[in-house]
Every structure is written in structure tokens, then in C-alpha cells.
Design a binder for this molecule. Structure first.
Ligand code: MLT
Length: 208
């Protein structure tokens, strides 16, 4: 597979020291969707933004689902590996380091799967409204990997117990997880942007 197999946008960094971001949209989004969010939370970062290759009634996604919240797990695995290959090839092509994923909804779920299946691909992740992506996740080594998980208290798609289980799963794998439950639904709120921006800022300060 070559990285051109994913339609994508790439914007080079304009500020040294800002971590590259891998932007992963939600169901029905595309490669343009999260560019604005990426710029808001980490101005100057390189932005790599693929379009999900699965179509559900014409809406791009990153893996197949059987129903809302019920995933085709064989497809989750296959697509996570495809995305891992895309990131490796794009890193070479564009000369960027391992990115921090910023995923929303379906994009957050594939980012969670990528963390569990190919822990070396991402330097960290911001998971917005994510769920447990695999019922029998392999034991990953995520030692010290920074992960921000932002859930919505009134999210009709992600039950509170599910996001708590995801936080526990990632922590047990050694990741350094910050989980915040916001007074929001499935959609993003201003609080998501502010928390994500502050979290990336801290990450950058630590790396400097
Ligand atoms: C998913 O299918 O990944 C979740 O149900 C979130 C969504 O895309 O609606």
C-alpha cells in the first residue's frame, strides 16, 4: 500500500517544536474537517489529515460498523493497520516525527485501535468522544504515552461506562491518561478546544 491510497491533506509545520498532528474526522467528515481544530489547538503544527476509506451510505468512516456502537472488529483491525502504514509512509514522504492523533468520534475510535494494535505509530493522542474499539484488545505497551480522553456527560452514543473502560484499558497498558467528562453531548464544545490546547501546550513544554 502507498500513502496515496488515502486521500489526505498535509500542511507543513510553521513553528519548530510543535508536535505533528494526525487529524481523524468523524463519520461523514473528510480530510478538511479538522484542519481548523488542529490549528486552534496547536498553531504551527504540521497537520496530516486522511479521509476514512470506508463508506457508509456515502459517508466516509475509518472502519465498518454493524450498527451504531457495534463494530466490525475484523475491519477495525485491518483498517488500523492500513492507517498505521499510511502514517509511516507519510512520515517519510513529509519528513515528520511520530504524530499526536486528534480524533473525533469514529476518528477517535480508530486512533484508540491504532494505539492498542500499533503502539509505536503515535506519540500520543487526543481522543474526543471515543469508545472501546475492540472487545479483545491485545496487551499493548503504551508506557508513558500521553493520552487525553474527553467524554461528554450526556453523550447518547458513548455510555459513561464505556469511556471509563477505555481510560482503564489505556492506563493498564501504561499510558499516561487524563480523562475528563465534560457537560456536553457527542458534539464538541468550547471546553474540548480549551482543554486540548492546554494539554498540547504542556506536552510541548515538557518536550522542550
Ligand atoms: C463509531 O461508529 O465509530 C461510533 O459509533 C461513533 C460514530 O461514528 O458515530
Amino acid at each position: 500500500m502507498t500513502e496515496s491510497a488515502f486521500i489526505h491533506r498535509f500542511e507543513p509545520a510553521t513553528r519548530a517544536g510543535s508536535p505533528p498532528l494526525l487529524l481523524l474526522h468523524g463519520t461523514g467528515g473528510d480530510e478538511n474537517d479538522l484542519l481548523g481544530l488542529g490549528k486552534m489547538i496547536s498553531p504551527g503544527s504540521a497537520l496530516l489529515s486522511p479521509r476514512g476509506r470506508v463508506l457508509e451510505h456515502g459517508m466516509p468512516r475509518f472502519f465498518r460498523r454493524l450498527a451504531e456502537g457495534v463494530f466490525d472488529e475484523a475491519d477495525v483491525r485491518r483498517r488500523a493497520h492500513e492507517l498505521g502504514d499510511f502514517v509511516s509512509e507519510a512520515r517519510q514522504r513529509y519528513g515528520i516525527g511520530a504524530p499526536v492523533a486528534v480524533g473525533f468520534s469514529n476518528g477517535a475510535n480508530i486512533a484508540a485501535a491504532l494505539l492498542l494494535l500499533e503502539p509505536d505509530v503515535l506519540a500520543g493522542a487526543i481522543l474526543l468522544r471515543a469508545m472501546v474499539p475492540l472487545s479483545d484488545a491485545p496487551t499493548a505497551d503504551l508506557a508513558g504515552k500521553p493520552i487525553l480522553l474527553l467524554s461528554g456527560q450526556g453523550d447518547p452514543i458513548v455510555p459513561a461506562g464505556n469511556s471509563a473502560r477505555l481510560a482503564a484499558l489505556l492506563s493498564q497498558a501504561g499510558a499516561s491518561v487524563t480523562h475528563r467528562v465534560l457537560p456536553a453531548g457527542h458534539q464538541l464544545s468550547q471546553a474540548d478546544v480549551t482543554l486540548a490546547r492546554d494539554w498540547i501546550g504542556n506536552l510541548e513544554a515538557k518536550a522542550a
